[in-house]
Design a protein around this ligand. Structure first.
Ligand SMILES: C[S@@+](CC[C@H](N)C(=O)[O-])C[C@H]1O[C@@H](n2cnc3c(N)ncnc32)[C@H](O)[C@@H]1O
Length: 330
């Protein structure tokens, strides 16, 4: 991975170009129309786009291996045909969400200079379409991951579980499938996110076993009496005091003997790897101004200090781990 030549640096710096082509293609929903072969002129007419620039983008996507070209006709390649055509199987929300993050990345240098940046450029709490893409984007990336991770937790027979920041409800559904002992899963999230999650679970026929608790976790109580509190991919959007606040609230919400499980892309103690976690820390910086990726060691200390026992770190997928601890029985 270490760049060795000037050419490697050039390649690194051009990395955003194919990304931008893909993100614009998803934003304009080109792939939904390219299930059938058509010329650039036909596609341009259908979507009210400009034929000449569209041709350049379509040709680039053939070169990138996303599309195939036969004569003057373009058609989806197998991967985009399976994942980026609207309807069942569509996973484009995550790319639309990444597209919404684009302007924030443009502010990186200003973040480092300490200049004011326009936080309003994106916020999951504000814009409904962007919230929908964010929440359904989380579903797009956890569709296979959630059952895998949940299957590795070995929770015994919990009766009640609280999923804080449960977004699309994908983990709630996985918990209900994996642990038939669960009477109910409560998902806590912001009202706009909960509306998207509720609709998502309804379309999957599992909404009846999920209770939605709406609110902002900074100022809303979680209630009490949970055997398990699950907090997945939420801490990275908070600063250290925000993380500790959530850990303390989880402690309050658990029954004695209950377990808190934090699921994250953990960074190593020296904070320079793995690569994805180190870059994701910068992503959270540009998106939130305060977030970053955390190390298993520091999360474990905060659990200890909050009163949890049997604290341990467990890798649960290729790139994610849980940090878990038990509330003492007495
Ligand atoms: C990155 S998503 C993670 C979704 C899901 N837990 C997962 O692992 O795929 C972060 C979630 O935290 C929720 N969230 C962020 N800030 C929140 C707040 N202040 N109060 C409640 N939920 C919040 C978001 O709406 C979103 O559903």
């Amino acid at each position: 991975m270490r760049p060795e030549t000037f050419k490697d640096l050039m390649k690194l710096s051009h990395g955003f170009e194919p990304a931008r082509i893909l993100l614009s293609a998803v934003e304009l929903d080109l792939f939904s129309h390219l299930s059938e072969k058509m010329t650039a002129r036909q596609l341009a007419a259908r979507l009210s786009l400009q034929e000449v620039p569209l041709t350049l983008v379509l040709n680039a996507m053939v070169a990138m291996g996303l599309l195939d070209k036969e004569g003057d006709d373009y058609v989806n390649g197998p991967l985009v045909g399976k994942t980026l055509v609207s309807g069942q199987g569509y996973r484009g929300h995550i790319f639309r969400h990444i597209g919404h993050c684009w302007p924030a990345w443009g502010n990186l240098s200003d973040r480092l200079r300490g200049r004011e940046v326009e936080e309003e450029s994106w916020s999951p709490a504000r814009d409904e379409e962007q919230t929908r893409d964010f929440i359904l984007g989380m579903e797009n990336v956890t569709r296979e991951l959630a059952p895998l991770v949940v299957g590795r937790l070995g929770l015994g027979s919990p009766l009640t579980l609280l999923d804080v920041g449960g977004g699309p409800g994908t983990y709630a559904e996985a918990f209900l499938k994996e642990y038939p002992s669960l009477r109910e899963v409560c998902v806590f999230d912001l009202p706009k996110a909960a509306a998207v999650g509720r609709q998502n679970l309804k379309s999957r026929g599992v909404e009846t076993s999920v209770r939605w608790l709406e609110g902002d976790f900074h100022d809303t109580s979680f209630g009490q009496g949970f055997d398990v509190v699950w907090i997945s991919q939420v801490l990275h959007s908070l600063d250290m005091s925000g993380c500790r606040m959530l850990i303390d609230k989880a402690f309050e919400a658990l029954v004695p003997g209950g377990e808190l499980i934090l699921h994250e892309f953990l960074i190593e103690d020296h904070r320079t790897g793995p690569l994805q976690a180190a870059i994701f820390a910068v992503h959270m910086l540009v998106m939130t101004g305060v977030g970053r990726t955390y190390a298993g060691g520091e999360l474990s200390v905060w659990l200890d200090e909050a009163g949890f026992v049997d604290v341990r770190v467990q890798q649960v997928s290729d790139d994610t781990s849980v940090v878990r601890g038990r509330k003492p029985v007495s």
